[in-house]
Design a binder for this molecule. Structure first.
Ligand SMILES: [Zn+2]
Length: 350
């Protein structure tokens, strides 16, 4: 089969790799229909992730084509959503809704597992990992599929930031960042009842327009000191009790802390890089830092109906579609920021 392989900084190619087989009775094979490229894939692409070579991609949906003898909750033919980390569904962390800390779980593309940007993937712990979009395993409407794909990581990541930061009915929320996670956090904050969402950090008119489409009431097209000044003017100097940091850089984190009111919370997600917290800044203002890696699997139960009932439309983060053979171009375009998030359609020769 064909699958994307990371060969080193800025080198991704579509390679011929062995077809997956059932290795354990709890495995399933999924024929991948759609995959996403994640902001964290981009860190890898830029040479700041796991060393090459390895398979890549961890956002995917598709159809179960084979199951092991000890798989009971999914059947051949089921249309499934695959979270960005696999998990057994039975350990104490899975039972607590923190599947990302599963004792037996792992990341796609590591330790011999398949990546999500390919034709097929072997899914360990199929019962614990796979989530059916519809209770009967049926195929959702084509137009709902990008939104369901967004639940594998990007939307549930933005949602986790909003939940962790304590967004509630009536909150004023500042979201720092204009990438797909930031857009998702805007929509998540609105879904959780935020009265006002201010998006900071984009200098691009198209991204500001999309931020408003996702629910932002105000957009501030500056960063750093300028953003702090602009938001102080917008909020009468109060800033906000909830700030969601969706960039992951040191500068962005510093800005997020400065935008947070005393006693407030900064929610963070999306693999921060090179961020060192300055306790001397946090302590006197009683700022809480909350967040981490999103337990996407845990959130899917409540968010799948929100997608299917069109309460949210997280699939709008995908701004261009590529074939699997366009995978290298998809990375290059996302890296150049000419596309917000690539959608990869896997054709299987059809
Ligand atoms: Zn577990």
């Amino acid at each position: 089969m064909k699958a994307a392989v990371f060969h080193g900084q800025y080198r991704i190619s579509l390679d011929e790799v062995p077809d997956p087989v059932i290795e354990s009775p709890t495995d399933a094979i999924v024929d991948i229909e759609y995959a996403g490229v994640c902001g964290s894939d981009l860190w890898t692409y830029r040479g700041e992730g796991f060393p090459a070579p390895h398979r890549i991609g961890h956002e995917f949906v598709g159809v179960v084509s084979r199951i092991g003898s000890d798989v009971h909750d999914v059947a051949v033919g089921d249309w499934v959503i695959v979270p960005f980390r696999f998990s057994d569904g039975t350990c104490r962390f899975c039972k607590a809704g923190l599947e990302t800390s599963c004792i037996h779980g792992g990341f796609w593309g590591r330790g011999g597992t398949d990546g999500g940007q390919g034709e097929h993937a072997r899914v360990p712990f199929a019962d614990g990992t796979l989530v059916k979009a519809l209770p009967d395993g049926g195929r959702p409407a084509e137009s709902d599929i990008p939104g369901l794909l967004a639940l594998t990581d990007v939307f549930t990541t933005g949602y986790h930031a909003a939940v962790s930061a304590g967004v509630r009915t009536g909150s004023t929320v500042i979201v720092v960042g204009d990438g797909a996670v930031g857009l998702s956090a805007i929509a998540a904050a609105k879904l959780l009842g935020a009265a006002r969402v201010i998006n900071a950090g984009s200098r691009h008119a198209d991204r500001n327009a999309l931020a408003r489409a996702f629910g932002a009431d105000d957009t501030v097209d500056s960063r750093g000191e300028d953003a702090v000044r602009a938001i102080a003017a917008l909020t009468g100097g109060i800033m906000a009790d909830v700030v969601i940091e969706c960039v992951g850089s040191a500068q962005s984190f510093e800005t997020a802390v400065r935008l947070c009111s005393p006693g407030g919370t900064v929610g963070y997600v999306g693999l921060p890089h090179g961020v060192a917290l300055d306790m001397a800044t946090l302590f006197p203002r009683n700022i809480t830092i909350a967040g981490g890696i999103s337990p996407a699997h845990h959130y899917m139960r409540s968010l799948i109906p929100a997608v299917l009932e069109h309460a949210i439309d997280p699939g709008r983060v995908f701004t261009r579609t590529y074939g699997l053979d366009g995978i290298a171009q998809a990375y290059a375009d996302m890296d150049a920021r000419t596309v917000i998030k690539p959608l990869i359609k896997v054709s299987h020769g059809r």
